[in-house]
Design a protein around this ligand. Structure first.
Ligand code: SF4
Length: 550
């Protein structure tokens, strides 16, 4: 494990104490830093198993309940019936329900049918059948009781799954291509690097107290939203050294969006874990810990710039120079893997589309049955809330598509179903102001009728993202139509749920953040009319193959 040297980097302009450990500022400057300094949050697992699961919800002290539990993928969910307009006015304990959201990390790996069945069993037995596919390839369960957590861990771990560091100020689940190892154009499968990072560092106390969350994406192709992760490795061919990975650092959305910056370095597959550790350790040591809303790596990167970041990485952490390298090629449109596609071994993979990632335990069980009936045997999730069945015999593909369609998982979805994403929203999230999942589902069904005539002219789907609050769990700033939940005034002056609109964001080759149009807000009730107007105008006015963002 790398440890930082004492060579001091220049403090930020102004020289304020930002709580950077490497500059000697070890005293905790906020409550989160205090409870992390008191004890490694990973230690809470023993108390969950030995005490809280036996004595019940009331026995859990606040720092464990709202703090350390996250290190094991557990958040209290929102108490039902609390109006979104009251979210900001209530104390945390007033928003807490006695049930938990539990996040299962997948780390870009394909699941086996057995693992899928284990998740379906846990969902049905302990989570009232809930199971959402998130935009970080995790599965989220809801309605989990503290009494059941040890049994859930035991069932998941027996199947080779875990919730370790699924939330909290830690390295979160690593995004990986759902088609790693099988994609026709892939020159190097980065899966061994993902597995090695997981083996060495996840659950490792050396990296379990970061300033805030740390997101990673590793893929041969540009299908893991690398520009908005804290650290990303994307496949590229070096003219002299051959296939390797381009290194990007410091991306993230939330309330202040930043794209990751290239360090200009080329990293071979076998060096990814070491370089990843160096970047993560810089974040641990130099990351800002004073204010939670400035604690992501993107703020340090914005102050340092890519050249200085690389200098510190090479000089203080790797103790060697990295090889200069070319930029990875970004696609013009998002790669979502929906439909039937050839693998390099002659088989095919089939990408299907749950609406905004929402499935049920019963859906996962049906998916497992269908995969067993038609071969394949492996299933992956995508960062765009899609599901991909891998390794399918081409002769079985259409039968599989028919079975998945019957489960509500179409391989040939409408453009609206394919392009719409939504965060957890008011149903379960304590920060939410408005509903998202149900609203987005209704919107998709509405648009499928209203805009059936223009759909064939679209070319690529128009991306629509719904967030329940100013955070950006559904990536509103990089969507064609980004909708940020807030309370707005309707035509009669009443305060009602609605959205601030961001228009024209995109990822990939022409990445840019959507424009927040001042005063441009829409109520929930007006949403269908609004999206129809915007899309019809886009279709009528565009020149050639101009995208929505252009
Ligand atoms: Fe919750 Fe806000 Fe994230 Fe939605 S965007 S899941 S409401 S924090």
């Amino acid at each position: 494990m790398t440890t930082t040297t004492t060579r001091a980097a220049r403090p930020r302009a102004g020289g304020d104490n930002e709580g950077q450990w490497a500059l000697g500022h070890r005293e905790p400057l906020n409550h989160n830093e205090e409870f992390k300094a008191t004890e490694d949050p990973l230690a809470v697992r023993e108390r969950i198993e030995q005490t809280y699961a036996r004595e019940g919800f009331a026995s859990i002290p606040s720092d464990d309940l709202r703090g350390r539990f996250r290190w094991w993928g557990l958040y209290t969910q929102r108490r039902p019936g609390i109006d979104g307009g009251r979210t900001a006015t209530l104390e945390p304990h007033e928003l807490d329900d006695e049930y938990f959201m539990m996040r299962i990390r997948v780390d870009g790996q394909a699941l086996t049918v057995r693992q899928l069945r284990a998740i379906a069993d846990v969902s049905e037995r302990y989570g009232r059948g809930t199971a959402d596919v998130t935009d970080r390839q995790n599965i989220q369960l809801h309605w989990v009781r503290i009494e059941d957590v040890p049994a859930i861990w035991s069932a998941l771990e027996e199947a080779g799954l875990s919730t370790t560091e699924a939330c909290g100020d830690v390295p979160r689940a690593i995004l990986g291509s759902p088609v790693a190892g099988i994609a026709a154009a892939e020159l190097v499968d980065p899966t061994p690097a993902i597995l090695e990072i997981k083996r060495r560092y996840i659950g490792n106390p050396e990296l379990s107290n970061l300033p805030r969350k740390f997101k990673t994406a590793i893929s041969w192709q540009w299908d893991t939203v690398p520009e908005i992760n804290d650290v990303s490795f994307v496949g590229v061919v070096h003219p002299e050294h051959g296939p390797g990975f381009d290194l990007l650092v410091g991306g993230g959305l939330s309330t202040s969006a930043h794209f990751a910056q290239r360090l200009g370095a080329w990293v071979p597959l076998e060096e990814i874990p070491e370089v990843w550790e160096g970047v993560c350790a810089i974040f641990r040591d130099y990351g800002y810990r004073r204010l939670r809303n400035r604690a992501r790596l993107k703020y340090l990167m914005a102050d340092w710039g890519a050249a200085r970041f690389r200098e510190v990485l090479e000089g203080e952490y790797l103790h060697r120079s990295l090889v200069d390298g070319p930029a990875a090629e970004a696609p013009r449109a998002p790669i979502d893997h929906v439909g039937i596609h050839e693998q390099k071994d002659g088989r095919v993979y089939v990408g299907v589309t749950p609406i905004v990632g929402r499935v049920r335990g019963t859906t996962l069980r049906g998916l497992a049955d269908a995969v067993e009936r038609h071969g394949g045997g492996r299933i992956a999730f995508t960062p765009l809330q899609k599901v991909v069945v891998l390794d399918v015999d081409p002769a079985q593909a259409e039968a599989l598509v028919t079975d998945l369609d019957a489960l509500g998982l179409p391989a040939r979805p409408s453009a609206w179903r394919r392009g719409t994403m939504a965060c957890t929203g008011i149903e379960f999230c304590k920060l939410a102001i408005v509903d998202t999942k149900d609203r987005a589902t209704a919107l998709v069904e509405d648009l499928e009728t209203r805009l059936a005539d223009v759909e064939p002219q679209l070319g690529q789907p128009v991306g629509i993202s719904l967030n329940g609050c100013p955070n950006s769990c559904a990536r509103i700033q990089t969507s064609d139509i980004g909708l940020k939940g807030q309370i707005v005034r309707d035509a009669d002056g009443n305060r009602v749920p609605g959205y601030q609109v961001h228009l024209g964001g995109q990822l990939g080759a022409e990445a840019g953040f959507g424009r927040k149009i001042r005063g441009h807000k829409v109520t929930e009730a007006e949403l269908g009319d609004y999206v129809e107007r915007v899309v019809r105008r886009y279709v009528a006015d565009r020149q050639g193959d101009e995208t929505f963002a252009q």
